[in-house]
Write a new protein. Structure first.
Length: 750
């Protein structure tokens, strides 16, 4: 028996799940989740207001289902993304060598470093949609060369080799888990599922491989005579025509969809003002004032409700601008915690090694080496930079002489030791004999241990409190390296021939960076009463009373939708047109369908806020060009029947007025500037004053051009929004700057 339940609000889901569990008292219960990051949230939902609910429910991901339903003798060892990259690198080398031996040309870009990333993304999608390799071949490519390998032939060759390599070596790609599970349950009775109910929670839609597995599980009653029930609890996006789980499964939802939460739209002039305004409003609301506090007073029934909401705030920021918002939160005194996984490649450990290699490859130049030796990982703060600027040590021997035997400088012995350890590490990477990845990771771990990076950085925390999070990241990175090495040493052969590749020089560094990009540090334990900061979408079951989405503009939603070099539109159309004898025809999502998926995900993200959702954006991009609302936002509110309600639209000027009037900012005296006629009665009195109050968030505007600041923030003079052909902003700006430059030069010369 299969049932389908839709929901629009996360607070309602916990109650629905508890009622469903109560109706299946004597059956084994399994909860399938999109990822295990949702497990703790699910347990809280099932617990409800109780402090304990008995035996812990079983929660599975796709990998968990694979390990439980496939017989032990048939299980393959799962590989992580860095392992996949190693295998694909090995197969690319073999394929290129074969093509070269036959005198065939290779498509442009295949020999470049970025090809591996493109290939990895294409193969991941093929595995998720369970596309057989032969579906990739059809007719000649447009403009194909006579003796050249076509892109689809190259993809077919490497994809086929990859599947064969995994099977021959007993390995399984994570994207392959649903397809492998399906193959197993078709041939072997999964006794564990007898007298069982599976709750599928949080899946908005399914990939081709996942959908085929679900349909196969649904047929176990007829195939093996099993007693199995499945219930689907799927979030509704409210997007008409979207191919969601209900349409994929051919089921009708029994859910009751309620109106979505209130949405506040915020616009600021740039990213700096956007983040600072958000941080300021949070700080002011917690003090009982400000626009956000007023909004909450209208939505919550009591002061306690407003306080509770302010203790549960989540922010999703652009991953490339996390430092901007963390700086704004610190500046406003708002406590926060980052809850997104951090790639090892983004930690200080890997960045430090990359910088050390660059200095080594350039012969240890003065400035680069001096900066490295003063890095917090080394805990050195008294290196004589003035002396190094005079003597200009260049090269390892010159630095050894500079750092050795200097009386009275306690930092030099440790600096010399640190430099020697870095130089030895770089020379090890540069060994022409090369090293396997296991040896390279081992050398990095030894470097961190010998240098006592964790303890040295921890000693600096007393001086710089902001390094507290850095200590955790360094410790987590070191632990990730150690665990990877232990796994590689226990499971031999780990990757077969691919694991025997040897790297030297810059290739060795690339191998290290490639592993780091596919590895993540452990998540920090959740803290209470702090703002939770995400740099990627949160778990699908996550909920916050106040949910803030920053940079909601076209550059992120929908973002770049350019075609893929390997899985282009032509290939997708031909794969989808192929006739299949089975009922489950292979389907690669078209670019239009991918865009619909992104829009559906965006709408679900809006549901994270149970009380209010704030969508913020900048009126201009990083290059100062104006930008409009995201098309997703425009479509959302253009439908009068939409169940989403926009509560308010706060323009950038409103943020500025709040900042100046409520924040109690100090004034900056710039003298009698700009010079305004006191008898101009059209100007407000505060504009005619001899002093201008400049908010800290606007200081950059003031320093860049005081006149422009005065026009925009004091006189409120706005540039024409429509270009009628007679007004050129660039020419006007250049004229004004040239004019004021001449004025100030003449003024200062007298």
């Amino acid at each position: 028996m299969t049932r389908f339940h839709g929901y629009s609000r996360l607070p309602d889901l916990g109650k629905i799940l508890r009622e469903a569990a109560a109706s299946h008292v004597n059956r084994r219960k399994i909860y399938m989740l999109p990822s295990m990051s949702n497990e703790e949230i699910l347990l809280d939902m099932l617990r409800g207001s109780d402090s304990y609910f008995g035996e812990k429910p079983e929660a599975w991901s796709w990998a968990g289902m694979y390990s439980r339903l496939v017989p032990r003798g048939d299980l393959r060892r799962g590989i992580d993304p860095p392992d996949q990259s190693m295998i694909l690198r090995h197969l690319i080398g073999q394929t290129l060598a074969d093509l070269d031996s036959r005198g065939m040309t290779v498509p442009h870009g295949v020999r470049r470093r970025g090809f591996l990333e493109i290939l990895s993304a294409a193969i991941r999608e093929l595995l998720l949609e369970d596309v057989p390799p032969d579906r990739l071949l059809y007719g000649p490519s447009k403009g194909s060369e006579k003796r050249g390998a076509e892109p689809r032939e190259l993809l077919y060759s490497i994809y086929s080799d990859y599947l064969a390599y995994l099977e021959d070596n007993g390995l399984a790609d994570n994207s392959q888990m649903p397809a492998l599970t399906r193959e197993s349950v078709m041939s072997t009775r999964p006794d564990y599922l007898d007298s069982c109910v599976i709750y599928w929670v949080g899946f908005m839609s399914f990939t081709g491989a996942q959908l085929r597995l679900i349909k196969e599980l649904n047929g176990l009653v007829d195939r093996w005579g099993m007693d199995l029930e499945m219930e689907f609890y799927t979030p509704d996006s409210g997007l008409e025509g979207f191919r969601d789980a209900a349409s994929q499964l051919g089921l009708v939802s029994s859910g009751q969809y309620e109106k979505g939460g209130m949405i506040v739209s915020v616009e600021a002039s740039d990213a700096f003002e956007q983040y600072d305004a958000i941080a300021m409003e949070i700080a002011m609301a917690r003090a009982g004032s400000g626009e956000l506090a007023d909004i909450l007073n209208g939505l919550t029934r009591s002061d306690q409700g407003r306080i509770d909401a302010l203790l549960d705030i989540g922010i999703m920021a652009d991953p490339h601008k996390v430092q901007l918002i963390t700086s704004a939160l610190r500046r406003r005194g708002v406590g926060f915690q980052q809850r997104s996984e951090v790639q090892v490649s983004e930690t200080a450990v890997i960045e430090f090694c990359r910088r050390a290699w660059e200095a080594y490859s350039r012969g240890w130049p003065t400035r680069r080496t001096s900066h490295i030796l003063r890095h917090p990982l080394f805990g050195v703060s008294s290196l004589d930079e003035k002396r190094s600027a005079v003597e200009l040590p260049e090269g390892i021997e010159s630095w050894r002489k500079f750092l050795s035997g200097v009386e009275g400088d306690s930092s030099t012995p440790s600096s010399l030791k640190n430099l020697e350890s870095l130089n030895s590490f770089c020379e090890y990477l540069n060994d022409p004999r090369g090293h396997v990845r296991e040896e390279i990771l081992g050398a990095l771990l030894a470097l961190a241990d010998d240098g006592e990076w964790e303890s040295r950085l921890a000693a600096e925390v007393g001086k710089y409190a902001e390094l507290d999070g850095a200590v955790r990241l360094v410790s987590s990175t070191r632990l990730e390296i150690a665990e990877k090495l232990e796994m590689m040493r226990e499971q031999r052969p780990a990757l077969g021939e691919a694991g025997d590749q040897r790297f030297s020089g810059v290739d060795a560094l690339d191998c290290l960076l490639e592993w780091a990009r596919g590895a993540t540090t452990a998540l920090q334990q959740p803290q209470s009463n702090v703002v939770v900061l995400y740099d990627s979408p949160p778990p699908v079951l996550a909920e916050h009373s106040i949910w803030i989405m920053t940079d909601v503009d076209p550059s992120r939603f929908p973002g770049s939708m350019s075609g893929q070099a390997l899985l282009d539109a032509d290939l997708r159309d031909n794969v989808n047109r192929r006739v299949d004898d089975s009922d489950d025809a292979v389907h690669l999502p078209t670019f239009h369908e991918k865009r619909e998926q992104q829009e559906a995900l965006f709408r679900r993200l809006l549901s994270v806020g149970s009380v209010v959702t704030i969508i913020a954006r900048s009126a201009s991009d990083s290059e100062g060009r104006p930008q409009e609302d995201s098309p997703f936002v425009q479509a959302l509110f253009s439908d009068a029947a939409s169940r989403w309600v926009r509560l308010a639209h706060i323009a950038g000027a409103a943020w500025s007025s709040l900042e100046s009037e409520r924040a109690g900012l100090y004034a900056i005296d710039r003298g009698k500037f700009p010079r305004v006629a006191t008898d101009d009665l059209r100007m407000p009195a505060k504009v005619r004053s001899e002093k201008i109050r400049v908010a800290p968030s606007h200081i950059d505007d003031w320093l860049q051009c005081p006149f422009s600041y005065w026009c925009g923030h004091v006189a409120r003079i706005e540039a024409p929004r429509d270009d009628v052909g007679l007004y050129d902003k660039i020419i006007q700006g250049a004229l004004m700057h040239a004019t004021w430059k001449g004025v100030w030069e003449r003024y200062l010369s007298h």
